[in-house]
Design a protein around this ligand. Structure first.
Ligand SMILES: Cc1cc2nc3c(=O)[nH]c(=O)nc-3n(C[C@H](O)[C@H](O)[C@H](O)COP(=O)(O)OP(=O)(O)OC[C@H]3O[C@@H](n4cnc5c(N)ncnc54)[C@H](O)[C@@H]3O)c2cc1C
Length: 177
């Protein structure tokens, strides 16, 4: 009998881990990824921790100053990178400065948190169901359904969905080297 096939949406860490664990357990997998990798450039992400209130209030009350501040940050980052890796200024195609106000605006994450979860006592021990009512055979995976976020949780999420599927099929979950 042909192997069962599992379709995975997204080739992030979670999707790749889900695919690996499912293949170890005899499933065929196919991953659909939005980013087709056609751009011939690299992304550099530079992040620095800072508070929420100052930048949020600046954006709310003085948009011109906020934009100026973002430009200053962009210039400073380019300057620092140039010190380390040489001339990149002319090669930069797109630069975007995302502040905690940006994260808050696009994701509604609490005070612009970039992983989406405040690791408070009430949040970390919560288990979110991976299935939705009325949608058989669809499982939600990834950092958004694993409070705490981060790579260890996404790896666990990929493994967990393989375990759920094996259990449904009365298969013993195996990890192969
Ligand atoms: C700046 C930053 C720094 C971080 N630093 C750390 C760190 O130091 N340590 C740590 O543990 N974690 C860190 N994290 C968190 C960690 O990167 C994430 O938790 C993890 O990568 C999430 O993996 P994921 O597979 O759930 O999601 P993603 O990596 O977001 O993967 C989702 C994939 O799905 C694709 N996709 C989306 N929509 C569709 C669609 N409709 N169709 C097809 N494909 C789609 C996307 O293109 C993407 O490739 C950081 C995150 C950020 C943003």
């Amino acid at each position: 009998m042909a192997n069962k096939k599992v379709i995975i949406i997204g080739a992030g860490m979670t999707g790749l881990c889900a695919g690996s664990y499912l293949q170890m357990n005899g499933y065929d997998t196919e991953i659909f990824e939005l980013d087709n990798g056609e751009k011939h450039s690299a992304d550099i992400v530079v992040s620095a921790a800072d508070g929420f209130d100052t930048i949020y209030n600046m954006r709310e009350n003085d948009r011109a100053k906020y934009k100026e501040e973002k430009q200053k940050i962009a210039d400073r980052v380019i300057q620092e990178l140039e010190k380390k890796i040489g001339n990149i200024k002319d090669k930069v195609e797109v630069i975007d400065v995302a502040t905690p106000a940006t994260f808050n605006r696009y994701t509604n994450n609490w005070r612009g948190s970039y992983e989406g979860w405040l690791p408070g006592p009430g949040a970390l021990m919560v288990t979110i169901k991976k299935e939705l009512p009325g949608l058989n055979n669809l499982y939600m995976i990834g950092q958004w359904v694993e409070p705490g976020g981060g790579l260890p949780n996404t790896i666990r999420s990929g493994r967990y969905v393989a375990q759920i599927i094996c259990k449904k099929d009365n298969k013993e979950f195996e990890v192969k080297k």
